[in-house]
Ligand binder design. Structure first.
Ligand SMILES: Cc1cc2nc3c(=O)[nH]c(=O)nc-3n(C[C@H](O)[C@H](O)[C@H](O)COP(=O)(O)OP(=O)(O)OC[C@H]3O[C@@H](n4cnc5c(N)ncnc54)[C@H](O)[C@@H]3O)c2cc1C
Length: 384
């Protein structure tokens, strides 16, 4: 009997991974006229542990992709508050607000928009091999012009393309849970303690998301939230969890390149920043807009350059914030310095979300570092 030859189907781009990055890239490419197929190993609805805070630049990118969040599906937030023991500092976004949005809601909206523009999506369809420019999706073999790896932190596409590189920082563990409670603030709160932070994001009029980030070697448990963060526990007294705990790793990973030949990476597959930045989603959505255009033009160089630009500031911020993670004296001094100068905090926030350029941020960071060191030294002297 002759072997059955699988049908071949041509398309412009196959995107492996239908998370936020993959769907956004698919929408952007399709909006530029490309024929796009997405394959994801998971089945919908896809749930993922996340702090669920979309920064203003991410909200804007989402709008450019034509994704509309309905009223009641998200909760705007206007800045960030850091809390450590008795010290609290807050900065506000310059103009546009961020959006707290449940991950499943965001995903549903992205899927709907992808269908609207004509993206072909296959759920429950893991992509296991790529050879000779072909890959198998369901019962079809596709030979796309472009292969896009949007398959997350542990990307196979990255490995196939030879773009794999090690971690650049210790992995951390994240867990999240939702509570049915009216948000007490229009800010995202980051509660700090040694090697551990709890992020609180309002996601609806009657719900918040709490994400706990800890070291892999000595992970704290979200079940112990009350003991870890008494100030937060006081806010949550009487509030009921509205779903079960979900966990994920957060890795800092930088690659040599985000593209090789006709293979290109996006989102966490293309290098990730620690969740402490709250920038993973926004970076992916902004990258998608540029990637769509690059694929349509057949030139990935502008995408690689834009990718570097988009990730530079969040990487720098992640490094700074993770320095504070394990140094209580420095952290307290930094928070006191920020509390004394809320305008500085707001400017740093503006730089973080790409609203002002890096030189201004570097000047502000230098000012903050000097102030932090002076306050830290004064605190140590007072302790002697
Ligand atoms: C605890 C925690 C809190 C966070 N908080 C925030 C926050 O508040 N704000 C923010 O902006 N970011 C946050 N992030 C980061 C954010 O979640 C990620 O940056 C984002 O999920 C990246 O999206 P992605 O599409 O690249 O990857 P993913 O969301 O991981 O999606 C990858 C998809 O690829 C699929 N896939 C994998 N392998 C295959 C395969 N072989 N074949 C087919 N499909 C495959 C998976 O099923 C998955 O659906 C947080 C992360 C963590 C861990």
């Amino acid at each position: 009997m002759r072997p059955q030859i699988p049908p071949r189907s041509e398309c412009d781009a196959v995107i492996v991974g239908g998370g936020p990055a993959g769907l956004a890239a698919a929408i952007a490419a399709r909006m530029r006229g490309l024929k796009v197929v997405v394959a994801d190993a998971a089945r919908i609805p896809v749930h993922k542990a996340c702090g669920e805070g979309l920064m203003p630049d991410g909200v804007q990118a989402l709008r450019q992709l034509g994704v509309v969040l309905g009223a009641g599906e998200f909760r705007p937030f206007v800045g960030i508050r850091f809390v450590d023991g008795g010290v609290s500092a807050q900065g506000r976004f310059a103009s546009a607000a961020g959006a707290g949005v449940r991950r499943a809601v965001l995903h549903r909206r992205l899927v709907r928009r992808a269908a609207e523009v004509g993206v072909e999506i296959h759920w429950g369809c893991p992509v296991k091999s790529f050879s000779g420019g072909c890959l198998r999706i369901g019962d079809r073999t596709l030979r796309p012009r472009w292969l896009v790896g949007a398959d997350g932190l542990h990307s196979r596409v990255r490995r196939w393309a030879g773009l794999e590189r090690g971690w650049s920082a210790q992995p951390r563990i994240g867990t999240r849970i939702h509570y049915r409670v009216e948000p007490w603030t229009d800010l995202v709160e980051v509660h700090w303690r040694q090697h551990c932070q709890a992020y609180v994001t309002p996601v609806a009029a009657d719900e918040i998301c709490v994400a706990l980030m800890t070291n892999r070697d000595a992970p704290e448990r979200i079940e112990d939230l009350s003991a870890l963060f008494p100030t937060l526990a006081a806010r949550l007294r009487g509030a009921q969890p509205s779903d079960s705990v979900r966990g994920a790793a957060s890795l800092t990973r930088k690659l040599r390149a985000v593209a090789s030949g006709r293979v290109v990476l996006i989102g966490d597959a293309a290098g990730s920043v620690d969740a402490i930045t709250g920038q993973g989603l926004s970076m992916a959505l902004r990258q998608a807009l540029v990637l769509g255009e690059a694929l349509a033009r057949g030139d990935l160089a502008p995408y690689a350059a834009a990718h570097r630009r988009i990730t530079r500031t969040p990487r720098m911020m992640a490094r700074m914030l993770l320095i504070l993670d394990g140094r209580p004296h420095l952290r307290h001094a930094a928070l006191r310095a920020l509390a004394a100068r809320p305008a500085l905090f707001s400017r740093l926030l503006a730089a973080h979300v790409g609203a002002i350029n890096p030189p201004v941020m570097i000047r502000d960071l230098a000012g903050l570092t000097a102030r932090t060191l002076v306050m830290g030294a004064a605190a140590r002297v007072a302790c002697l």
